[in-house]
Design a protein around this ligand. Structure first.
Ligand code: UDP
Ligand code: MG
Length: 309
């Protein structure tokens, strides 16, 4: 039985030696206990540092380390996709994990056990986020709450640490969309699945490759890839405004007839801003979806592979 640990890497030169050491130890444990043959696959997401050189070096030293080098930075989700495509071809199951090892790599063993017991998908879920900064914790949890309320398909505190059987991988790879929000897509697959819980550690080296800007874009992607509720919200907003303006008309008429016409330019000014803002917001939300449609209809390749070991 072949297993692949899929690891997207973007400028992870500081992390890679440690990552390889830990993952190879985990792979050896799993192989001993479960009788598997485990590979580690690095996907270099167009790094500008020495990541690829290190991957080459590790691949030379260890026959079960492999690498794909993407021709440019396509983002975490696309890099992961590239790795999952490779894994669907080469192995019976794939486990995706971040290069920074914030997610407890020791759970790979438990995930494999569950896979052997019949689960197609095993989700890794963080029990707590004490090691994250206050800011990251609040924004991440806010995101899960909002998505949940909008009907988004996400598992609370599950990132991209999970095992997928080949059958589940094939199903996932059938999704044609270019806007990837993998944790939501996988969650919608079904199949027998279970959850393993773990404590999330700190990033051992290097910096987060998800600065605030990327995090906001990722959250927006997550929500707009799954839910049309923001569009429906606009309709509600519009209707509420119509009701409000009806009241305003009646009020204006009554005050006109009773002779109380006030030069109320200040209230006018306020409502102008308010309505202007609401319209901009509405147009913005629609724009998000139109942008998505644009990206989808272009059907561009997700990535290009420059080198492979
Ligand atoms: N990553 C990637 N491409 C990118 C950004 C990040 O492949 O454009 C990888 C990164 O190397 C890491 C994983 O995605 O393995 C998660 O990134 P990071 O740990 O920086 O995110 P955080 O844990 O801060 O959300
Ligand atoms: Mg991280």
């Amino acid at each position: 039985m072949k297993l692949t640990i899929v690891v997207p890497c973007y400028n992870e030169e500081e992390m890679l030696p440690k990552t390889t050491e830990v993952l190879l130890r985990v792979a050896a444990d799993v192989d001993r206990e479960c009788g598997t043959a485990t590979d580690v696959l690095y996907i270099d997401d167009g790094s500008s540092d020495r990541t690829w050189e290190l991957v080459l070096q590790h691949a030379e030293e260890h026959p079960n380390v492999h690498g794909l080098k993407l021709s440019s930075n396509r983002g975490h989700q696309q890099a992961l996709w590239a790795g999952l495509e490779w894994a669907a071809e080469h192995s019976d199951a794939a486990i995706s994990i971040d290069a920074d090892l914030q997610d407890d790599a020791n759970q790979v063993l438990e995930m494999t056990r569950r896979f052997l017991a019949g689960d197609d998908i095993v989700y890794g879920v963080r029990r707590q986020r004490k090691s994250d900064t206050w800011f990251k914790r609040v924004t991440a949890q806010g995101f899960y709450r909002i998505s949940r309320r909008l009907g988004g398909n996400v598992l609370y505190n599950h990132a991209d640490y999970r095992l997928m059987s080949r059958r589940a991988l094939r199903a996932l790879l059938d999704f044609p969309e270019r806007n990837l929000f993998l944790r939501g897509m996988v969650y919608s697959l079904g199949f027998p699945h279970s959850i393993v819980y773990y404590d999330r550690g700190e990033r051992l080296a290097g910096e987060s490759k998800y600065p605030f800007r990327k995090m906001v874009l990722f959250a927006l992607d997550g929500i707009t890839s799954f839910s049309v509720k923001p569009l429906r919200f606009i309709v509600w907003l519009g209707m509420s405004f119509m009701v409000i303006s009806l009241i305003a008309i009646v009020y204006g008429l009554v005050s006109y007839l009773s002779g109380h016409v006030v030069p109320g330019w200040s209230s006018l000014l306020v409502s102008l801003w308010f309505i202007g803002g609401a319209i901009l917001l509405a147009v913005g939300i629609i724009g998000e979806y139109v942008g998505k449609i644009y990206a989808e209809v272009k059907r561009r390749p997700r990535y290009f592979i420059e080198a492979e070991v």
